[in-house]
Design a protein around this ligand. Structure first.
Ligand code: SAM
Ligand code: DTB
Ligand code: SF4
Length: 327
């Protein structure tokens, strides 16, 4: 049987060749790679909460939270611990294993970080894995988050270096790579991926995956978001991407980073059950669960439960929990 190696030296033409495979061959290979490293029918479940919403100084052209665009969003200051804990307990009761908190900051100040660390400590005490996405981090801030017990830091590369200049001018691609390096060096698990369907071309999608796979270590978690088009953002009205191309992107991510969790992230509300089933077949093994992403809608939990039942998918139980159950 074909075996899949962990590589960090992907060349552009190799990635292009994967994207160009006949669909059945690509999905078969991706599913084979998936089964080499993961249980075939288990999907990890994370729940998101926006802990600080809107009024962000960055100009990310896809984002409803940027202060540069009028998206009629309710701006909210940092939530207090009681509210966050309520959401975390609810996420756990619904079956989430990880709780991800997002803040619309360019970067946290050290004072912001004190407060977020307090939230991380409280959420961990509920027996959930923690993830935060707070913008750019320096070395010291990354080490502080590690000491607080943070499990994952999400920071996306978003797209290829070439297309990047079309979507963000307020920080550079290198800034993003620097944050990922700081997070990795601090010993925190890395969650990094991007957005598909922003008007980028196939080479851009391939290059995004090549950038991620050629990092010194693959991100443990790779979120692949389909653009959620929000009125008022410059990306609203972008021609929608063929779902088959989205599935191909998931499959190529699975092949290039076979040991990473590939998360079928934003955009599921606009996707058919059939497209999502193809994404799982292509090796996606993580989702955001709960009726809201950060500010936009995610599928109803009942709908997701039905979909999992129809497909025979079980929520993945984190290793730490398996160990504690065994004791
Ligand atoms: N402000 C922080 C940052 O940018 O790193 C954290 C929050 S930001 C909302 C997290 C990620 O959400 C972005 O990097 C982007 O990939 C994703 N995102 C934001 N708006 C989106 C949209 N409309 N559709 C799909 N993904 C989106
Ligand atoms: C990621 O890659 N996708 C999530 C999470 N990481 C933070 C965010 C999606 C946001 C979609 C738009 C919104 O709800 O505001
Ligand atoms: Fe701000 Fe993050 Fe949205 Fe960019 S993606 S505008 S940094 S919240």
């Amino acid at each position: 049987m074909q075996t899949f190696a962990i590589r960090h030296d992907w060349q552009p033409q190799e990635v292009a060749a994967l994207f160009a495979l006949p669909f059945n061959d690509l999905i078969f290979q991706a599913q084979t790679a998936h089964r080499q490293f993961f249980p075939p029918n288990a999907v990890q479940i994370s729940t998101l909460l926006s802990i600080k919403t809107g009024a962000c100084p960055e100009d990310c052209a896809y984002c409803p939270q940027s202060a540069h665009y009028n998206t009629e969003l309710n701006v909210e200051q940092l939530l207090d611990k009681t509210e966050v804990l309520k959401a975390a307990k609810n996420a756990k009761a619904q079956g989430a294993s990880r709780f991800c908190m997002g803040a619309a900051w360019r970067n946290p100040t050290d004072k912001n970080l004190d407060k977020v660390i307090d939230l991380i400590t409280a959420v961990r005490q509920e027996g959930l894995e923690t993830c935060v996405t707070l913008g750019m981090l320096n070395e010291k801030q990354s080490r502080r988050l590690k000491s607080a017990g943070l499990d994952y830091y999400n920071h996306n590369l978003d797209t290829s270096p070439d297309f990047y200049k079309e979507i963000i001018t307020t920080r550079t691609y290198q800034d993003r790579l620097d944050t990922l390096e700081n997070v990795r060096n601090a010993g925190i698990n890395v969650c990094s991926g991007g957005i598909i369907g922003m008007g980028e071309n196939g080479d851009d999608r391939a290059e995004l995956l090549r950038q991620l796979a050629n990092l010194p270590q693959h991100p443990e978690s790779v979120p692949i978001n389909m653009l959620v088009q929000v009125e008022g953002t410059p990306m609203h009205g972008t021609a929608s991407l063929d779902p088959i191309e989205f599935v191909r992107t998931i499959a190529v991510a699975r092949l290039m980073m076979p040991k990473s969790y590939v998360r079928l992230s934003a955009g599921r509300t606009e996707m058919s059950d059939e497209t999502q089933a193809l994404c799982f077949l292509a090796g996606a093994n993580s989702i955001f669960y709960g009726e809201k992403l950060l500010t936009t809608d995610n599928p109803e939990t009942n709908h997701d439960r039905d979909l999992f039942n129809k497909l025979g998918i079980e929520p993945l139980v984190p290793e730490a929990e398996v160990e504690s159950r065994a004791c």
